[in-house]
Structure formats: C-alpha cells, structure tokens
Write a protein that binds this ligand. Sequence first.
Ligand code: GLC
Ligand code: CA
Length: 573
Amino acid sequence: MKKQWWHRTVGYQIYPKSFQDTNGDGIGDLQGVIRRLDKIAALGANVIWLCPVFPSPMVDNGYDVSDYMDIDPCFGSMEDMKELIAKAKEKGIRILMDLVANHSSDQHEWFQKALRDPYGKYGNYYVFREGRAGGPPNNWRSIFGGSAWEKVPGRENLYYLHLFTKQQPDLNWENPELREEICRIIREWMELGLGGFRLDAISHLKKNYDYEDLPADGPDGLCLAFDHINNVKGLSDFLLELKEKAFAPSDALTIGEYDNMKPEDVEAVIGENGSFSSVFDFSHTHHNVYYPEWNGDTLGMFNDYRDKLFEAQKVVDGRGLLCNFLENHDKNRCIDRFLAKEDRNPHSIRMLPVTNFFLPGIVFLYQGQEIGMRDFPKKSMDEYVDAPTHAEYEEFLKKGLTPEEALFRINSNSREHSRTPMQWDGSENAGFTTGTPWFAVNPNYTWLNYEAQEKDPDSLLHFYRKLVSVRRRPDLEETFIYGRLIPRLQDRSGILAYERRDERNRILVVTSALSEEMRLPLAEADATEALMNESELLLDNYETAPLFEKGELTLRPWECLVIRLGGKERGTD
Ligand code: GLC
Ligand code: CA
C-alpha cells in the first residue's frame, strides 16, 4: 500500500452544536472548538471531523444546508472557521468538514428558484417527477419515514424527491452542471487549508428511477427501496469525478458514509485508485444489547460483533483502510449500546474501545466518548428534539408496540443521546454554556465530567490518552496501520483477539466480554511462553500485572491486553 499522510489518522469527531458554547446562547460554536483544541491535542488526535456548520434552518441540525459557502451565524463566521483551521494546524491537527451533497435544505436558494420554475435551470438541480394516479410517482419510503416524495405546493401533480426529511430535497446528480457546482464548492473550501471532508450519505447520490411500485415492506404500503437508492450502478462515475476534480488536487482525506461495501467494490471504493480515502466501518452499528434480537445478552451480541468486524476486514483484505469507530452523532453511547446494565464496570468500559482500535485502518473517537459519556433516557417523547427519533417512535406505535414499549426502544437507541452537551466540568450546565443549553445536559455531569477525569490519573480519560499514545507510538504505528491482521481464538465465546504483525513487531490484542475468569492456553493465542516472557505490556485495564503462568494466560473479567510480543520469533509466521 502506498503510504499517505492520512494513514496516521487518529480522528476526533465534533458535533459543534453540543461541544462548547462561548457566547451564552446555549449553542456550541466554532470559538468553542478553538477554546478546546488543547484538549483534543492532549488526547493525541491529529484530525478533527466537524459535523456541518454551514448556514442551515437546522431541521436536521445542519444536515440541511442552505448555503454551502458560508458559516451559520449560530456557529460563528468565516473568520472563525479560518482561525480554527490555522490554530488546529499549529497543533498538528487537520480539519475535515462534512459535505452534505446528497441533498440541500429546502431553504437553499437553488431549491427556492427550482420551486418557482421546476422546468428551468434550478429545477434540474433537484428531482421533480409527475405523480401517478393522484399520488406520488412511486411508493418509495424516505429513510426518515413517510413517502420519499413531497407534493410541490401550488402545482397540480408535481412531486420532489427527499430520501431524508421533506426539508432535505435530493440533489440531481445526473445533472453535470450540479456536479460541477459541487466540485467548485469543495475546491474553494480546500483552498482555505482544510484536511478534507467526511462525505454524508454519499452512497445515495445515484438513484435507479424506476416508476413501478415495489412490494410494500410495511403497513404504510411503502418500501424502503435500498437497492434503488443506495450504491446503485453508475454511482462510482460520480464519485470518481468528484475525486479527480475536487479532492485529488489538494490531497484531501475523504471518508465516505458508505455502508455495505461488497468484496467486488473494494478497489473502486477505497483501493489505491478508489473514490475515497476510507469509509466508515458500520459493521457494529446494528448491535445493541437492548434490541429484541439480543435482549440483554451482552455475550451473544459481543460474539456477533466480533464476527462482523473480522468479516469486514476480510472483505477489504488489505486493499484499503476502513475507518474504525464505536460512536458517532447517529448512534447512542457505546457503553449503553454494547453493555447490559449489570455488565457496566470500570473494566468493561475500558475494554470496549480496544476491540477495534488496533485493527487495520484509521480510527475515530466521538466527543465525550473519551470520558465515557452516557445516554440520557427521557421520561417522555417531548424531551426529544430530533425529528427522525420522533418518526421512529411513530413507526413503533404503528407496528403495535405500546407507548411504554416504544419509549423504551427509543430510550435505548435514539441517536439523540450522543448529542447531549459535552460535560466539561461540574459547574452548572457542565461548563458547556452560561445560558440555557439547546438540549438538556445529562444530570450525571456532576460526577462524570472532563475536569474531574483530567485530575484523576486512573480515569477513563487517561486510559483513552494511553490508548491513542500506544497506537501512535513511532515504533508501533506502522504495524498498526499496515501490519497483517491475524484473528485469534475466534471460537471462544466472549473473546475478541487478534494479532498485528509485520517485520518489526508482533502485537497481540486480547479483549474479554466475560464476567468470569477464563484460562487460555498460550499456544491458543499463538504465543509461546518464551514470547510472552520477553514481551512488553502496552496497555491493560487492570492495576496488577496480567496473570501468565505455566504456559497459560488467565484472563480476568472484562480484561483487555495489548502486548508486544518479544523473543526471536518476532516477524515469523
Ligand atoms: C447522515 C448523517 C445524519 C443525517 C443524514 C441526513 O446519515 O450522519 O446525521 O441526518 O445523513 O443528512
Ligand atoms: Ca454559541
């Protein structure tokens, strides 16, 4: 694999609205990010992905852009953005913005013009279609619920497409003029010194416009037509054009929100000449210990999670780098998601990030993950703001769940949990704002906050700092990025283990989701006692040394270990 600057990425994702407010309006802002850059640098991150900060009516918190070339006043100004890029650079941190190019806001000037003249220039920037039999053009369901078609106000029989909310009309990528315009926008941003972009909903750009209704997949008679709206044949032509015209000239890091990559697509998507630098690995995002399929069974879920992780790596098979993460702004917190109530303890919450942090690829952490921020379940749906969360609740009711059951499901999976304000200290509103926060702070901030953990060398925050420093240690970093992956002990329930190997190092990563001790003969971990004896313990979550004895390793409950194996055998197969 040809080496690239971004292969060393240890990223930190910021949801600006909830990160740090500096002017008391209750909304996080760019000056807030600047104020906290030191903390991000102390964690060891070298890339920041900033969720959208463009002008927006905020129907989807900025994922509905009304002007691609400016900053929303609630976040600050272009000057603030330039200052952030410059100050981050001084700390060796590059900024990625979030390109929301599948759709714009309905308030974007393009769409407003399009509504006035659907058959004119800007009409062709969007997807307008005539309805059928008094209804929409077909029965596609929007990803956020309801029909994917909205009637154009004041027109007899005309509809526009929106795969997300109706305030997010889809852009027409079949139109070369639109594509050119997006490329120009990207180039202008890149000229300001950005590191690159995260590419929102990018696998949806191409649609298969099939007017036939599809078999309904729900009581609403609609169909979430993924094979018509996701990764449709021809998508890569658009993506390659973007890459050539917009990203390649400035050597940008591009990470696609791109699910379900097939083995035959790997080269085209993330190969050396692929469309993106990397794509997020979503193999774990359907895992939640409180989903009906797991019903509180941490172990069953963990085993499946392990298998999916290794499967994804097998698909890629060294042909590119996935982006490994556990949390983002679309998922609830990993402690609540992966661990049943009785399984949450200081060991298990440290073990979680180790499961995928040392896999081949680049890595991303999400704001608050480093201090173990938690979900904040609500007593009533009124306390949720997010429209799709409300839509999901309605879907649950339609499927026959009682209001209590539906609220339980929302409380155990809403993406809005990850959007509670960052908990900086124990002062009022967790040091996030001096005003009224736009979304309620989790009351646990009095004890769960950044400042308290910074003072405590045994805190989760210090564990995360260690995690990053191990991964970035100059003599190990290349092994973690490019070394071979050898899954270990895959038949052992509750154990997720792997080795990373190259000519310089042999590193063994072992994690346990078992609440009892487990004896592992060392040979099974493919490490002889001699290797172990001369090894270096890089990271673990117990205060006392690992239990090696007589050719056996006794793994303690929820233990995780990262060991550089010593001895002459290093580098051999
Ligand atoms: C992506 C974003 C999500 C947003 C959606 C629509 O999935 O991550 O937050 O709601 O796209 O833009
Ligand atoms: Ca503010």
